[in-house]
Write a protein that binds this ligand. Sequence first.
Ligand code: NAD
Length: 367
Amino acid sequence: MPIYKLFVLPGDGIGPEVMAEVEKIAAFFTKEGTARFEIEKGLVGGAAYDANGTAISEADMARAAAADAILLAAVGGPKWDGVPYDVRPEAGLLRLRKDFNLFANLRPAICYPALAGASSLKRELVDGLDLMIVRELTGGVYFGEPKEIVDLGKGQKRAVDTQVYETYEIERIGRIAFELARKRRNKVTSSEKHNVMKSGVLWRDVMIDLHKREYPDVQLEHMLADALGMQLVRRPKQFDVIVTDNLFGDMLSDVAAMLTGSLGMLPSASIGEVNAKTGRRKALYEPVHGSAPDIAGKGLANPIAMIGSFGMALRYSFGLGELADRIEAAIAGVLAKGYRTVDIKGDAAKSVSTGEMGDAILAELRG
Ligand code: NAD
C-alpha cells in the first residue's frame, strides 16, 4: 500500500484543536488499512514566531517541500499584533503560497440539506448546492506593477494598481477548472469584465481557445463578473465550476461561502504546477476560517472545515476520491442526525464540542 506523506501545520488559536480531529481520522484510515498516512508536524504563524522568531522556519519549509500534501489550520491572533511585519503570522502562509507557486485556489461551496435553514437565502435556493470556485491566486491586480501612490502636489495624489495577466497564467488556471469540471457536472463558467477591461478580453479569448483545443467535451459559458455576483444569490445551483481572476475570485468566493451558512464549514485548496518527478501538484489544504481567538482553547470550534480540507487533499493530491466521498457522506450523516457545534447550532437544543463532532464523524465512518 502506498504511503502518503502529510505535512501538518496546526498553527495558532483553534488550529491545533481542529487539526487533532483530522489526525484521528487519518489514524483511523491507516488502522483500517484503506490508506497509510505518515504525518509530520511543523510550526507556522505565531507558534513558529514564539519558537524560532520567524513565521515558518527553513527546516519546516524543507519538510513542506518533501511532503505529498500540506495541511494548515490557521494562523494569527492578538498576541502577535505587535510583531515585525516580515515575521507576522500571515507571512508563514504567504511564504508557502509563494515558494510553492500555488496559483489556483479552489473553494467548494456545498450546502448540506440539514443546514439549508442556516443560509441567508431561501432553503429551496441552496438545498443541495454544490459549486466550486477556482480563483487565480498569484497574478492580477494584487501583484501587477506599477503599484504605487504618487504625490501630484497641491494636495493631490494618484493611486495605481495594475491588472495584468499573460496567456500562460490564464491557460493554467483554465486547465485546472476544465479538469475539475470533467470530474463533476462537466460545466465551466468563466468570468471577467471583457466589456470594460483588456485583461478581460484576453481572459475570455484564451478560455475560448483552450476550450476548443483541449476540452471541447466540457460545457463552457462566459458571464460578466457583476452578473455572476447577482446570479450567485439569485440561482446559485445553476453553477458547477466557476473560474475567475484573483480580484473577482476573492469577492465571489466569499459570497458563495456565505450561501452555505458558517465559516466553520468551508474547506479550501491552493494548488501549484505538476512536479515533473512525482507527477503530483504541490498543494496546500486549509479551512477558509482564521484562528478564531475568541473561542480558542474552549473546545467550541467546528472541525468540519478542517476535516473537509483533509478530504480535498485525499481527492486532489492522492487520487483517493472514494475516501473523500466517505468523509463527505460522514459529515452529511452527522449533520442529518442533529450533531451541531455552536456556530451551526441555530435552533437546535444543544451543541457538541470539537472533539465530540470529530468522534461522531469517526463513528459514522466506522459505519
Ligand atoms: P476568524 O475566521 O478567525 O473568525 C471569525 C468568526 O468566526 C469568529 O467569531 C470565530 O469564532 C468564528 N469561527 C471561525 N472559525 C470557526 C470554527 N471553525 N468554528 C466555530 N466558529 C468559528 O476570523 P477573524 O476573527 O477575522 O480573525 C482571527 C485571526 O485569524 C486574525 O489574527 C486573522 O488575521 C487570522 N486569520 C487567519 C486566516 C488563515 O489562517 N488563513 C484567515 C482569516 C483570518
